[in-house]
Each structure stands twice: as structure tokens, then as C-alpha cells.
Design a protein around this ligand. Structure first.
Ligand code: HEM
Length: 397
């Protein structure tokens, strides 16, 4: 594929490259930091991503960027788009409730959900892994965890899709508008739910955050709304890709699927390898808080800097044989969950869900085969994963 260095990011965004962006990332790494013709900088080597993801001069707050289409969002954003000190305070409010004990206590209920989803396929010989399995699991899990009515999913999924579509880096102005509308609708829904919980406590994290009297300063209503919205979107639009990308990769490597069936103990390492090899979040965005010089390249204050986590994850300078899927690869330090102060809050939950899902698939799906390869992908280049994944099988055990 002939790609000129100046438009490599456009190539990644182009839907026709969604099924396999990795050759483009390899081209990007030839110039680990490069200026695009639209004034943005793209960072793609392991070393530089690792350095910049922890650099306090990198802001996630797009209200500080010099690009008008990115900057328009003036309302209080979720804390993934806020810098310290506000970020640290909001994150701490969530982390104090989102404890490892709470996450591990969810295992029996998650196993039940997974088994119910597979039981529903009895008598079938094919299924869509996305619609019938990988999507309903995290949605049910995050709704129950937060205390959001599961039956509202049809509604909030539409708004969440609008938001994600518009986070296509501010290029498509129609999509940006739609995202703003989606955000308003979802925030409005969440505000009403929070008001109801304020009146009447119910199980779940939202209620725990609303009725927490132990903290020095309570989150105000808008902070509660954007934090809850962030958790809902992050909790249901990403784990679906981890489960689906894992299943797709295993179907493409039948010997590894067989090994998994015999040796389920490799699952935790296998999940880390999928997070490296087919990360559900492919890249993240920052802007420069000051004028910077990185590797001799001058970056003016306010410039957008794309950190290409998925490219760094396959950097041959860091990983041996990076394009090979190796579920027993040792010491996999990937950027699948980001890094630095914005490292994913939901990582333990995502790992647990994927663990339970893959264990069940390996045990219960007898002789599965892909019916379509490559599968059709979701539109988003950032939250990348199949929209459908059709598999056939002999039976469900
Ligand atoms: C942050 C990936 C699941 C909540 C992040 C970031 C990544 C990521 C890459 C860093 C963003 C950045 O640097 O700009 C993933 C993946 C998941 C997943 C791949 C599933 C496989 C979840 C779940 C939740 C969650 C289940 C919530 C329950 C968050 C939050 C942040 C975050 C709140 C912001 C953290 C901060 O700014 O301090 N995630 N995530 N994620 N994730 Fe996840």
C-alpha cells in the first residue's frame, strides 16, 4: 500500500482500512513523531508513547487545544478529559468506591449472565458473538454495577453511539454536532436518574456516590452526571471489543483455541496479549500545554498530539515478533488500558469479564468456525472492533 507520511492518520481513519490498520501503523513508526498536514502530531513508537503518556505537559482537556472544532465543548467534561487537580479529585471519588473487593465480588453474577447468554443459544448452530454475547455481558454488568435500569439500554445506546461517532477527532462537523446532541440527551437522562436516586437510594455505585456523607466535599450535580455518563460509556463500549477481538483472534488461531480449552490457566496472559495485539482502544488524544520540542520537532502550545497506543503495542524495538499473536508471551507491557494518571479505572472489571467470557466460550462452544473473515467492523477507528462476528459450531455444551 502506498502511503505518504503526511496522511497516515487519514488512512487510519478511513473505514476501508478498519479491518487491518497495522501496516499503516508500521509505516507511522518509521517517523515515530510526525507532523500531519492538518497541523496535528502523531506519535507511534513504544518509547515515545510511554514517555508522553506520563508527561504532565500533555493535556487531555480539549478546551485548551488550538483547534476550534475540538474546543467547542465548554461544558464540564468527564474526568478522562480533565487535567489535575480536578481530574485527580473526581477519579479518587470513583476509585474509593470501585474497590478490588467490589469487582471480585461480581464474579458469580457475571458467570450467571454468561451462562444465561450461552444457554439461550441451545439448539442453534450459529450465533453472532457481538449481539448475542460480547455486547449484552458488559452492558448488563455496568448497569447493575452503577444501578442504571437495564431496560433503558435501547435508549442510552443510541445516545452513546452518537457521542462516539462524533469523537472522530473533530473532522466531520455534522458528527461533532450529533455528538453534542447525544451528550445533551444522555446527560439529561442521567440527571433525571440522579434526581430520582437522590430522593430514594438504591443499590449501585451511583447511589453510593450520591449519598456519600463521609467525604469532605460532595460531587455537585453536574460532576455526578458527567462522571456517571463517562462510566456508562467507558463500561459498555470497550469491553465488547475486548471479548470480540479475543474471539476473532482465537478463531483465526485454532491451535491456540484448542490450547485454551486444555489449559484455561493461560487466559489472564492471553487477555493481555489481545490488549496488545488487537487493542479495543487504538489511540488517544492530547494537546500541548506549553511549546515543546520532542526529538528535535517543535510543537506549539495547544497542538493536538495523537498517541497511537496500537502502533506502540506492535513496535519491534520493544516486542519480539510483534505481529505474532502469542498468548504465552512473557511480560506484556502494553498500552491497551493507557498509562500514567489516566490509566483505565475499569481495567480490573474488563479483565474479569473477559476472563469469564473466554472460559465459557472455550468450554461450551464445540468446534466453532468463523463464518465471515474479516468481519464487518464498527465505524469508530478509536474504539475498534467487529460490529458482528458470525460463528458456526456443532453445539453448545
Ligand atoms: C480510561 C481502555 C473498560 C472506565 C481508559 C483509557 C484507556 C481505556 C486506553 C485511557 C484513556 C486516555 O489515556 O486518554 C479501556 C479498555 C476497556 C476499558 C480497552 C475494556 C476492555 C473500562 C470499563 C470502565 C472504564 C469497564 C468502567 C467501568 C474508564 C475511565 C477512564 C478510562 C473512567 C478514565 C480514567 C482517567 O482519566 O483517570 N480506558 N477501558 N474502562 N476507562 Fe477504560
Amino acid at each position: 500500500m502506498a502511503v505518504s507520511p503526511s496522511n497516515l492518520l487519514d488512512q487510519v481513519l478511513d473505514y476501508t482500512n478498519r479491518a487491518n490498520p497495522y501496516p499503516i501503523y508500521a509505516k507511522m513508526r518509521e517517523h515515530p513523531i510526525q507532523l500531519q498536514d492538518d497541523g496535528r502530531y502523531v506519535v507511534s513508537s513504544y518509547n515515545l508513547v510511554s514517555q508522553l503518556i506520563k508527561d504532565p505537559r500533555m493535556s487531555v482537556d480539549m478546551r485548551k487545544s488550538n483547534e476550534p472544532t475540538i474546543r467547542v465543548e465548554q461544558q464540564e467534561p468527564g474526568f478522562v478529559f480533565q487535567d489535575p487537580p480536578k481530574h485527580d479529585w473526581l477519579r479518587q471519588q470513583v476509585m474509593s468506591k470501585f474497590t478490588p473487593q467490589l469487582i471480585s465480588s461480581l464474579r458469580p453474577r457475571l458467570e450467571e449472565i454468561v451462562n444465561e447468554l450461552l444457554d439461550a443459544q441451545h439448539g442453534q448452530t450459529q450465533m453472532d458473538i457481538v449481539d448475542n454475547f460480547a455486547y449484552p455481558l458488559p452492558v448488563t454488568a455496568i448497569c447493575e454495577l452503577l444501578g442504571i435500569p437495564r431496560e433503558d439500554e435501547a435508549q442510552f445506546h443510541i445516545w452513546s453511539t452518537m457521542i462516539i461517532k462524533g469523537s472522530n477527532l473533530g473532522r466531520d462537523l455534522e458528527a461533532v454536532k450529533e455528538a453534542r446532541q447525544g451528550r445533551e440527551l444522555l446527560n439529561n437522562y442521567m440527571g433525571q436518574l440522579i434526581d430520582r436516586i437522590q430522593q430514594q437510594p438504591r443499590p449501585g455505585l451511583l447511589s453510593a456516590m450520591i449519598h456519600d456523607n463521609t467525604v469532605e466535599k460532595q460531587m455537585n450535580r453536574i460532576e455526578l452526571v458527567t462522571t456517571a455518563t463517562l462510566l456508562l460509556i467507558a463500561g459498555h463500549e470497550t469491553t465488547v471489543n475486548l471479548i470480540t477481538n479475543s474471539t476473532l483472534t482465537l478463531m483465526r488461531h485454532p491451535a491456540e483455541f484448542e490450547r485454551l480449552r486444555r489449559q484455561p490457566a493461560i487466559i489472564p496472559n492471553l487477555i493481555e496479549e489481545v490488549l496488545r495485539y488487537e487493542p479495543p482502544v487504538q489511540f488517544t488524544m492530547r494537546n500541548a500545554l506549553t511549546d515543546l520540542t520532542i526529538e528535535g520537532i517543535q510543537i506549539p502550545k495547544g497542538s493536538i498530539i495523537m498517541l497511537m497506543n496500537a502502533a506502540a503495542n506492535r513496535d519491534p524495538a520493544h516486542f519480539q515478533d510483534p505481529d505474532r499473536f502469542n498468548p504465552v508471551r512473557p511480560a506484556i507491557e502494553h498500552f491497551g488500558f493507557g498509562g500514567g494518571i489516566h490509566y483505565c479505572v475499569g481495567a480490573p472489571l474488563a479483565r474479569l469479564e473477559a476472563d469469564i467470557a473466554l472460559r465459557a466460550l472455550a468450554r461450551r462452544l464445540i468446534n466453532p468456525r468463523l463464518l465471515q473473515d474479516p468481519p464487518p467492523y464498527r465505524e469508530s477507528p478509536t474504539l475498534r472492533g467487529p460490529r458482528h462476528l458470525l460463528v458456526s459450531f456443532e453445539r453448545i455444551a
